[in-house]
Ligand binder design. Structure first.
Ligand SMILES: [Zn+2]
Length: 377
């Protein structure tokens, strides 16, 4: 992966290139930014730049043996650690055992998130973890001689999923790594990482991608119209992974709005036959669609609340969503918005836990009915 393959983030690219040119590569760095902002692709491009044999002032060459191997994620001195689900025994629940899947995932979805990774690997209800056994592997791999590389690099994705014992085992190595060894931690939220780990790393803050960069990125990759790319960029919240998803599912976007309008109208009117019919209709969708729809509802409630506060300029809505919000936003106010968000969250939780989806939607409709009828102020 070259820097040129990464959407926007020019300031961070400049900073990373600067560390190489000025020979001040910090041996432990933490890329910290929300999902979809591109922290992982940036870390990989950085690793490629560092090890490129013919790098220029702005990028790796993409042609030399190191570049080729890294772009295939097959460079013997570039290691990855990431959360994995339980795989039978403790010994098998390590990154190496999942590496083929991981490599496929990164090539298909470099902007993919934790949940998508777990789905990709078929984790089911199992959580992803970085276990103690993994730390032993890290120490073992880094103690070996480099094959041919300038730097041996260990990329740890989602250190927030690291078992505290696993993290503690690594402290010393992160503080005093072997020569020419580099730790690149790629995290979303610092609050779930041991402070002792954070204090030993240099922070690289990855902020949201500019809408204009997302728009350009979409036009390059997905071959969509300028107008559609602009609309999608404006509702993606700086998250390129989400933007690509919207692109793949523009039909879903329209259908979600349709369902959202129906859900709000049916809840408000509180007519039992309509409520039952809607619970059955939504209950019949696949679970992934249901979760995507409820996540969509959460966004719409947030946007309608902003509209309700007369902050139209701060909303990110498509034309159709905006038209509905013009009339609907008076029903979403500070008195009920939190309760609605909680109800939607709860529904997602129960659907993930394999509850009966028709009952989940019926419960949600009843809660929404109560919330929507609450007086404002
Ligand atoms: Zn190269």
């Amino acid at each position: 992966m070259r820097f040129a393959d990464i959407i926007g983030q020019d300031d961070i690219k400049r900073h990373l290139i600067g560390t190489v040119k000025e020979n001040r590569i910090s041996h432990a760095q933490m890329f910290l930014g929300r999902e979809g902002f591109g922290s992982l692709p940036l870390a990989i491009a950085y690793a490629q730049y560092i090890n490129c044999q013919h790098r220029t002032d702005s990028d790796s060459c993409g042609e030399c043996p190191s570049c080729r191997q890294i772009s295939q994620l097959a460079f013997p001195d570039l290691h990855f650690v990431f959360p994995v689900p339980t795989a039978g025994s403790e010994d098998k629940s390590v990154s190496d055992n999942f590496f083929d899947k991981w490599s496929e995932f990164i090539k298909q979805k470099p902007y993919g998130n934790y949940q998508q990774w777990l789905d990709f690997v078929g984790a089911g209800n199992s959580q992803g973890l970085i276990r103690v056994k993994e730390s032993n592997e890290i120490i073992r791999k880094l103690s070996m001689k480099t094959f041919n590389a300038e730097y041996k690099i260990m990329i740890i994705w989602m250190p927030e999923k690291m078992h505290p014992d696993a993290a503690n085992k690594l402290l010393k190595l992160i503080e005093e790594p072997y020569p020419k060894t580099l730790f690149l931690l790629v995290a979303e939220s610092a609050e779930f990482i041991l402070p002792t780990i954070i204090s030993r790393t240099q922070l690289v803050r990855v902020s949201r991608i500019a809408d204009s960069d997302i728009k350009a990125g979409l036009q390059q990759r997905a071959g969509i119209s300028e107008n559609a790319a602009e609309k999608i960029a404006s509702i993606s919240e700086g998250n390129f992974g989400k933007a690509l998803e919207y692109c793949d599912h523009t039909a879903d976007l329209a259908q979600n709005l349709e369902f959202f309008m129906k859900l709000m109208r049916t809840s408000y009117s509180f007519k039992a036959p309509d409520m039952i019919a809607l619970a059955e209709e939504l209950g019949a969708l696949g679970r992934e669609k249901q979760k995507a729809f409820l996540t969509y509802c959460e966004r719409m409630v947030r946007e309608n609340l902003i509209m309700n506060r007369h902050l139209e300029k701060m909303t990110h809505l498509t034309d159709d969503e905006g038209n509905f919000a013009q009339k609907f936003s008076r029903f979403i106010h500070p008195q009920n918005s939190m309760l609605i968000a909680e109800a939607l969250d709860k529904a997602i939780y129960h659907i993930s836990r394999n509850a009966s989806t028709k009952i989940v939607f019926m419960d949600t409709i009843i809660t929404l009915a109560r919330c929507l009828r609450m007086p404002a102020e």
